[in-house]
Design a protein around this ligand. Structure first.
Ligand SMILES: N[C@@H](CCC(=O)N[C@@H](CS)C(=O)NCC(=O)O)C(=O)O
Length: 359
């Protein structure tokens, strides 16, 4: 029984990639929630609740602590099935999950590059981390600690991601503008990614669009604001999605295929490589092994890809050709057809390798 008298507590921040998906989900489902900005106090609470410093985190009115944005959305859908976000149609569900996966796992590298590579944006990002770490903290000493901590985290992210940032700065910038243009074309005639109302596809794409690209100053932000007015309006709609209607149907408009095609060049090979890395990490001793879901790791990405492989197998014969054409355009058909001899499960924030067949 879901209690309606206590707010869900959502710990996230406006500049955080994965918080955007969760916020849009809470909004569209009209779930009562309070957002706690990820300042030093909230981060201490996250550590207490989960043993780690990774957010977004949602605390349900019954005390259940949810983490990992994919799990959070699925759990919120189970608890609040009205205003659904997970498409029932197998092909729509596959395409929605593909868009979520591309945004979560692959567009991230570019957004990291855009934020942390150039001197001006990385200086801005460091200032922002300090601000967020101290935002709404009233105790003087805690504020000071927050400022130090914010700066330290920013420096560590910059250091940790420098090689990704460098690699993805120029090529990633152009590929991302192309994706924004295709989104803009699509959203000019179709209200949401899969038709008349929001779905998982919109929630997933909000991560890349709101968390980083639309807010971080720079060339792609300018491109969206100047050139992609429909996309900008969609971001605004998804931010306050509680006000959006749940009427109308979900469908795959013709303009989705060019959008998917814009994923192929930058992300298809990267996804294939992620699958190879996941398989290389899946050795016999890892069967039954529990791995905490630190967000970036081959097994975590392997789990994300496994969801696509599973969903591909749920597509009925009547939709198979359409599914294949869309996946081929996106460069994800071979990945979805891959026959894996392993399973990775994610439960209570922990990944577990279930099965590896030895040859
Ligand atoms: N797979 C996780 C990723 C969460 C994640 O990477 N969160 C970032 C903030 S947007 C974080 O907490 N990073 C801190 C760290 O990695 O130490 C999800 O979908 O929620």
């Amino acid at each position: 029984m879901v209690r309606q008298d206590i707010d869900y507590e959502f710990i996230g921040s406006k500049n955080s990639y994965y918080s955007a998906k969760v916020r849009a989900c809470l909004q569209y489902k009209r779930i009562p929630y309070s957002e706690r900005t990820a300042n030093i106090e909230s981060m201490m609470r996250v550590k207490e609740l989960t043993g780690d410093h990774v957010y977004p985190v949602v605390v349900c009115p019954d005390g259940t602590v949810l983490r990992d944005s994919c799990t959070i959305v699925e759990e919120l859908e189970a608890r609040h099935p009205t205003r659904p976000v997970l498409p029932e149609d197998p092909l729509q569900r596959l395409i929605a999950t593909l868009i979520e996966t591309v945004a979560d796992e692959f567009m991230l590298s570019t957004t990291i590059g855009l934020r942390w590579y150039a001197k001006d944006t990385s200086e801005w990002a460091k200032d922002m981390f300090v601000q967020i770490s101290t935002e709404r903290v009233t105790d003087k000493l805690t504020r000071e600690r927050g400022a130090t901590n914010g700066g330290r985290i920013a420096n560590s992210i910059q250091k940790r991601t420098q090689h990704i940032a460098e690699k993805h700065f120029e090529s990633g910038k152009e590929a991302t503008k192309e994706i924004c243009d295709r989104l803009d074309d699509h959203l000019r005639d179709t209200p949401f990614l899969l038709g008349d109302r929001p779905s998982l596809a919109d929630l997933g794409m909000m991560n890349a669009m709101f968390g980083h690209l639309y807010r971080d100053p720079g060339e792609v932000c300018d491109h969206i604001h100047w050139k992609c007015i429909s996309l900008s309006l969609w971001i605004d709609h998804m931010l306050s999605a509680a006000g959006e209607s749940d009427q109308g149907s979900l469908y795959i408009a013709p303009s989705i295929k060019p959008l998917l095609a814009s994923f192929k060049l930058p992300y298809s090979a990267a996804a294939e490589q992620s699958l190879e890395l996941a398989e290389a990490a899946l050795t016999q001793p890892s069967v039954g092994q529990s791995i905490d879901i630190r967000p970036r790791g081959p097994l975590y990405t392997g789990w994300k890809i496994q969801r696509l492989m599973d969903l591909y197998r749920t597509v009925q014969d009547a939709q198979r050709d359409e599914a294949d054409a869309l996946l081929e355009a996106a460069g994800f058909l071979d990945i979805c057809r891959h026959e894996a001899d392993w399973r990775i499960e994610l439960a209570s924030g922990v990944l577990r390798v279930k099965q590896v067949t030895t040859s």
